[in-house]
Design a protein around this ligand. Structure first.
Ligand SMILES: [Zn+2]
Ligand SMILES: [Zn+2]
Length: 166
């Protein structure tokens, strides 16, 4: 039927959410970090560690920064599709250091809105009825009162005949 992917977690879909420009920025940041540390900072430091260690520090530092940039891009798009204040959240995760901004974001973020199976309007999954067409988003079996899917012919819990009733 007209089931949406709301509630299901697909990591590839989540990664695809990150804007391409942010991926480019992350790659750039990664190599900039390598270059700045190895070719500049360590070269002018008389107590610099040996080259393999320099590369290790630069690579891990660059990877952490790149990851950070990717997450900023993710939060920006994720907050947008959840109808949250995405500008505010993007700034919050950018400005609150050491990833605390992300933790707060993932705790308080709203559920993903999905299309109404009847009229296609974007609705909050916590709604019981579509605010546009009054479609029952969480129909219950009239006999056993358990939540069932719209368009169910027989109740999967008590076998009540629901043809045309939900
Ligand atoms: Zn609707
Ligand atoms: Zn039932």
């Amino acid at each position: 039927m007209n089931q949406t992917s709301a509630g299901k977690f697909d990591i590839r879909e989540e990664i695809r959410l990150i804007p391409k420009t942010m991926v480019a920025v992350a790659v750039l940041v990664f190599f900039a970090m390598e270059y700045l540390l190895v070719a500049y900072a360590f070269r002018h430091d008389p107590h610099a560690p040996p080259l393999p260690l320099q590369l290790l520090i630069a690579t891990s530092g660059g990877a952490v920064l790149a990851m950070f940039m990717l997450l900023v891009g993710y939060v920006n798009r994720d907050a947008k599709r959840r109808r949250m204040n995405y500008v505010l959240w993007t700034f919050l995760v950018l400005l609150i250091p050491t990833g605390i901004g992300y933790i707060i974001y993932f705790v308080v973020r709203q559920p993903i809105w999905s299309p109404c199976p009847q009229c296609g309007a974007t609705v909050n999954p916590t709604f019981n009825y579509c605010p546009k067409c009054k479609f029952n988003l969480h129909p219950a079996c009239p006999q056993c009162h358990r939540t069932i899917e719209a368009g169910t012919t027989f109740c999967p819990y008590c076998s009540a005949d629901l043809k045309g009733r939900v």
